[in-house]
Design a protein around this ligand. Structure first.
Ligand SMILES: [Fe+2]
Ligand SMILES: [Fe+2]
Length: 473
């Protein structure tokens, strides 16, 4: 049963922490480590308080509360979506059986691994974004950055809860490691490549929240299907918060494109840099970078591990319930990308089970197309002929079939020399990055906005754009 969150407790939760003293003590001893991680690796801009959303419940009557809070006092809590007593496992060899409330011994290490990999990305993004506050284009954007940061912190809590509650001593050790690894660290980097890249400017931040956070959404979508019920319910609740992160990315890029389009029309020229804007080809290069490193997060085209996870019921497909097949996939096939010995790009038919990474990556790509369409509508609406596009899946890849070759954004093969000579046409160069960074002058004044970005159409929670979203220290 879900209990009502008790805010008198140290750790707000709906998992009846008070009823499990041992678990409560374990989490209470992890909490100061989390706070010292937040202090040393979290946002660097000093603030008095921020207008933040806090998860307080999971019910239909509203799950969040908005108000100004000091970030250090944010109530990072543990919330699982309500338990559905009628739920049945939706796929794999246990399809139709009741979901697991405990971890079956045979799946213990695989489930722990899946939770650790997801958990590792949450604090990583906070680390990547820690210095962005100093260059925020408005208080509205500053607030959104901090909202994403505190919620990624809460997602870390969500994963640490599972590790502490269900995985014994090994789980507690993994929870410590999640604070010990750091984004970009030489000795102890984060597990996945994209989470060790820098997020040095706000164009990168919006591209990150659009493309890389969206990978997170898809991973959570597959874990939400898990036969391990606490993991499923945790991810279901995280996805609610994730929707806001997607909105920050989508509308952030909207607003950059909108401002660039305005300047292009006003001056009848692509040369908007001299007018304080970000040129469209630089936006395209940032898009190319963030999209290609995010594609890598889905792993190789084929994976027997992932096939086994599926058959065992640990990790399903995106929107598993809406797929019209037997949800076991035995005897089914899928076409996956390949590169042959001559380096030619092609496709091969493989068992659907081993091709599940490809299935998920395709769902993700189709979703990413949606963003590009809306950004192109902005360009079209401004009367401009230029368009943005997603690069070919072979472009700038470090993982999977395309890792061994180089290709243009149109999917034309290149030799290593050609690639090295031309990559600056497609990926941000030092000159591009330096220019973008030079635009990142903070606008921390209420109701004001930087010149390289258009203001948002709506504020947060019905508040106007010129609301005092943040009080700086
Ligand atoms: Fe997250
Ligand atoms: Fe997120």
């Amino acid at each position: 049963m879900t209990s009502t969150p008790d805010y008198a407790e140290k750790i707000p939760n709906n998992v009846d922490l008070a009823g499990d003293r041992r678990l409560q003590r374990a989490l209470e001893s992890w909490q100061p480590n989390f706070l010292s991680w937040w202090e040393s690796m979290g946002p660097t801009l000093p603030t008095r308080d921020v207008y933040l959303r806090t998860a307080v419940n999971v019910g239909r009557e509203g799950w969040a509360h908005f108000g100004h809070v000091a970030m250090r006092d944010y109530r990072w809590g543990i919330f699982l979506a309500e338990r559905d007593p009628d739920r049945r496992i939706g796929f794999g060899e246990h399809k139709g059986e009741p979901p697991w409330q405990k971890v079956p011994g045979e799946y213990r290490s695989d489930l722990r691994r899946l939770i650790v990999i997801q958990g590792d990305t949450e604090p990583a993004s906070v680390e990547q974004q820690r210095n962005l506050g100093a260059t925020a284009p408005s208080l509205y954007d500053l607030r959104n950055l901090f909202q994403v940061n505190v919620e990624e912190g809460r997602h870390l809590w969500a994963m640490v809860y599972l590790l502490h509650a269900y995985f014994g001593r090994e789980g507690r050790e993994e929870a410590e490691e999640l604070l010990h690894r750091n984004s970009g660290s030489q000795d102890a980097p984060r597990i996945l490549g994209a989470f060790n890249e820098e997020t040095p400017d706000w164009l990168s931040f919006f591209m990150f929240t659009y493309f890389t956070d969206r990978d997170g959404k898809y991973q959570l979508g597959t874990l939400k299907e898990s036969a391990f019920d606490p993991l499923s319910r945790t991810c279901e609740f995280m996805l609610k918060e994730e929707a806001h992160h997607m909105m920050v990315g989508t509308t952030g890029v909207d607003r950059v494109v909108e401002r660039t389009a305005q300047l292009m029309v006003e001056h009848d020229s692509d040369e908007v840099a001299a007018r304080g804007g970000i040129p469209l080809d630089v936006i395209q290069k940032y898009l190319n970078f963030h999209y290609s490193v995010s594609l890598d997060l889905f792993g190789g085209e084929t994976s027997t591990n992932v096939a086994n996870y599926y058959t065992a019921g640990l990790k399903g497909r995106w929107l598993e319930g809406r797929r019209r097949d037997d949800h076991k996939l035995t005897g089914k096939s899928i076409l996956v990308d390949t590169v042959d010995e001559d380096g030619q790009i092609g496709q091969a038919e493989v068992a659907a089970l081993v091709g599940l990474n490809t299935d998920l990556r395709r769902e993700y790509i189709a979703d990413c197309e949606g963003g590009v369409k809306r950004w192109n509508r902005i360009l079209e609406g401004a009367g401009l002929g230029a368009r943005l596009k997603l690069p070919h899946a072979a472009f700038n890849r470090k993982v999977g079939a395309f890792a061994g070759i180089e290709a243009t954004p149109d999917g034309e093969r290149l030799s290593a020399d050609e690639w090295n000579g031309r990559r600056g046409e497609w990926l941000p160069t030092e000159v591009d990055k330096t220019h973008v960074r030079s635009l990142m002058q903070p606008v921390h004044e209420r109701g004001k906005i930087a010149a390289w970005i258009a203001p948002p159409r709506n504020g947060i929670n019905g508040k106007p754009f010129d609301y005092q979203y943040v009080h700086l220290a």
